[in-house]
Every structure is written in structure tokens, then in C-alpha cells.
Design a protein around this ligand. Structure first.
Ligand code: ZN
Length: 268
């Protein structure tokens, strides 16, 4: 943890420091060794919040993108259950910064507990299994609703570069479809892209594909990828959002779902 209560004040770890836990009031001691991320730890017992994971450098960097008063915020349900959110913005959005895998049940219990929640995943742990493939057209392009894309496979020579059929050229519900052979059209369609891409996730972490709350994946770039469903065909896709915009929107939007849906001039 980055904050303990010291004489009632949220305080960063200082060498030799002692404080109390904002959730269970037990004693915390500061760990400020040369080879650890400076943090507070429970002195005698395990961390009182079973949802808390050990912090990595990656966690800490993410939290530090937000103002101090938004980090490690207790959230209490009407049942009296308390957990410590990694980030809770002033507008009420909870951001869980997640390095480890979790089961569907764990994911769901946190989504129900926090409600207005967005996940940011550490993609470095599964990057070698995650393939970012061809661009998809701007969903608002006039022909986008007519093109139905085949799910892309990293080993499928056609699908990995973009293969589709036209709704207007095929009977609804037909068992076979006529693949769109107009390469110029496919090229033009892909050329309208505003960022949506197909992906192929080998051995996917299924819990995230079924999440009810927005999920973003961080592969260590200046932008993160939002997991989305594309168009009427609801094709799984990803969409890039700059970290700067994500943080900005999380601070001003009221709902986690509204992040990255509206234009804001960020740097006046
Ligand atoms: Zn505690």
C-alpha cells in the first residue's frame, strides 16, 4: 500500500515509519529498502483486503498518473463489506489496475461490488499470445454496415489481413457466403479506419472477454487497447486510447463506460 494513516493523515511510506491501516486499523510498517517499491505492510497479519495484490512497478506507475487523493480509496458497500480501490476518481469511477489473472467469479464479485468500474490489465504477462491484426473500417463509414468480417486468425492468411462478405450480396441466413472479392473495396474500407483492429488471443483470459465493465490492456505503450465489440456483427475488436486521454476522461466522466467516447481538447 502507498498510504497509511499517521496521526490521522494519509501518509507515504518513510523509512522506519509506523502507521495504521485505513481499513482494519492494524499497525502498518513502512518498507523502504533499496530493492523494494516503497510501501506500507501489515506488521503481524496478512493484508486485510483479500482483493489486494502485491504491487509491481507497473501498478505504482499507473496509480501515480492520478492525484494522490484518488489513490487507494476505501469503498464500503451497504452490507458493510469494505475494499480498497486502486483508484477512485473524484467523479466516482473506480479503476482496478490488475496484474494477475482472476477467475470469472472473482471478476464478477468486484464488478458487482464497485459497479462503476473499469479494468486496466498488465498486458506484458500475455503479450506473446496476443496478436494485433488488421484494421477495421470506421463504424460510421457509409458501407461499414454492409461488410461482415471473418474473425481473424493469426495463422489465417486471408483473415489476418481482412476478409469479409457483403450483406447485400448474400441471402440472410445462407449457409455459405460469397467472400467479397473486390480487393479495392476491402482496401478502401480498411483505409477509413479510426483505430479499431481485429486481434487473435491465443489461450485468452476468458474472464476479460466476458467482463461487464470496460477492459483496457496496457502493453507498455503510450496508449492502451480497449476491448470492444465492433458494429452490428458484434465482432470482438480492440481500440487504442492514449493514456493521457484515459486519465483525463476518468477524471471528468461520471460513468466508466463513457471513457474514450467523447472528444475533449486535452491540451489547450
Ligand atoms: Zn488492514
Amino acid at each position: 500500500m502507498q498510504f497509511a494513516l499517521v496521526t490521522g493523515q494519509r501518509t507515504l511510506p518513510i523509512k522506519g515509519g509506523k502507521g495504521t491501516c485505513p481499513i482494519c486499523s492494524a499497525e502498518l510498517i513502512a518498507k523502504c529498502g533499496p530493492r523494494v517499491i516503497h510501501h506500507w505492510a501489515h506488521n503481524r497479519q496478512r493484508n486485510c483486503d483479500p482483493w489486494w495484490e502485491n504491487e509491481t512497478e507497473w501498478h505504482r506507475k499507473w496509480k501515480e498518473l492520478f492525484p494522490e487523493d484518488c489513490r487507494e480509496i476505501n469503498h464500503e458497500a451497504s452490507s458493510g463489506e469494505i475494499h480498497r480501490a486502486d483508484v477512485k476518481t473524484r467523479s466516482g469511477i473506480v479503476i482496478e489496475i490488475q496484474h494477475s489473472t482472476m477467475t470469472d467469479e472473482e471478476r464478477l464479485s468486484r464488478e458487482l461490488f464497485y459497479g462503476n468500474l473499469v479494468w486496466v490489465l498488465d498486458g506484458s504477462t500475455f503479450q506473446q499470445n496476443f496478436f494485433i491484426l488488421h484494421s477495421l473500417p470506421d463504424p460510421n463509414w457509409h458501407l461499414s454496415d454492409d461488410l461482415i468480417w471473418f474473425p481473424a486468425n493469426k495463422d489465417g492468411e486471408g483473415s489476418r489481413h481482412g476478409m469479409c462478405y457483403r450483406r447485400s450480396e448474400n441471402e440472410p441466413g445462407a449457409s455459405m457466403v460469397l467472400v467479397c472479392g473486390d480487393n479495392r473495396l476491402v482496401k478502401e474500407a480498411i483505409g477509413t479506419s479510426i483505430g479499431h483492429r481485429q486481434f487473435c488471443w491465443v489461450r485468452p483470459r476468458k474472464a476479460w472477454l466476458e467482463s461487464k465493465c470496460p477492459v483496457y490492456i496496457d502493453f507498455g505503450q503510450d496508449y492502451i487497447w480497449k476491448l470492444m465489440l465492433y458494429g452490428e456483427q458484434k465482432l470482438p475488436c480492440i481500440y487504442p486510447v492514449s493514456k493521457e486521454k484515459f486519465v483525463h476522461d476518468a477524471m471528468v466522466e461520471q460513468e466508466a463506460n463513457a471513457i474514450a467516447t467523447r472528444f475533449y481538447k486535452i491540451n489547450p
